[in-house]
Design a protein around this ligand. Structure first.
Ligand code: B16
Ligand code: MG
Length: 219
């Protein structure tokens, strides 16, 4: 019998360290608007859509704005973010990610992306890992942001695998909650205290060994 599971990866903060670029770009905008924006505040933006992220920041500063102003700030933030990732290459993959992708592929498993980012596809191309993915679902494909499970449910549907045969790697609490509400196995990558709702926690992919991956495949 062959076990084929769907391994669904978040992008920012899981595959690449773009979470810090998002933070720097939002921090610059917040500064311009006179809003204090700390790494603690930034935790609430992880896994959250661009539009919702701006709303959270404006709420922090109690700022009301017209749609025109908001659209300009969203555009400016994204331009700055894109300038940070323009030269990105495979060296920016987070430690251990490539080994896990290679192991899953060698063991005939489905691999999918489930990201809130609208910049996900170019990042997979720049880092030269697109060929590992059987399905890509990103911020252009979904209407409901994490913690809604839509992004992960669409990813497992694309590879015809049931949610309870799917495993999600996530660095945000919203993403862990999305995986849990889809009844998928949730694996937190990063701070265990923040990601305490995950079924398993690892500080990074170098701590995930083949024995653990095999146990997920055989479960
Ligand atoms: P963009 P993920 C998310 O990606 C980020 O965690 C979040 O900080 C960002 O605001 C969101 O993508 C939208 O990104 O502005 O590129 O469309 O973690 O779900 O891969
Ligand atoms: Mg993330």
């Amino acid at each position: 019998m062959t076990n084929k599971k769907a391994f669904i990866f978040d992008l920012d903060g899981v595959i690449v360290d773009t979470a810090r670029y998002h933070f720097l770009a939002w921090q610059k905008l917040a500064q311009q608007l006179g809003i204090e924006f700390t790494p603690e505040h930034n935790e609430h933006l992880k896994g959250v859509s661009r539009v919702r992220s701006l709303e959270i920041i404006l709420n922090l500063g109690n700022i009301q704005a017209s749609q025109e102003e908001k659209d300009k700030w969203l555009f400016d933030k994204n331009e700055l973010y894109l300038s940070y990732i323009v030269d990105m290459d495979q060296s920016e993959l987070l430690p251990g990610v490539l080994d896990v992708l290679k192991f899953l592929k060698a063991n005939n498993q489905y691999i999918a992306l489930g990201s809130a980012s609208k910049n996900a596809r170019p990042i997979l191309e720049k880092t030269d890992i697109m060929q590992y993915f059987d399905a890509v679902v990103d911020g252009n494909d979904v209407t409901n942001a994490k913690p809604d499970p839509e992004v992960f449910l669409r990813a497992c549907q694309l590879v015809f695998v049931a949610p309870d045969d799917s495993i999600v790697f996530e660095d945000s609490l919203a993403g862990i909650q999305a995986a849990n509400s889809a009844r998928m196995k949730s694996i937190g990558i990063g701070d265990k205290e923040i990601l305490h709702e995950a079924e398993f926690n690892f500080p990074n992919f170098t701590r995930i060994n083949e024995q653990f991956l095999r146990s997920l495949i055989d479960a």
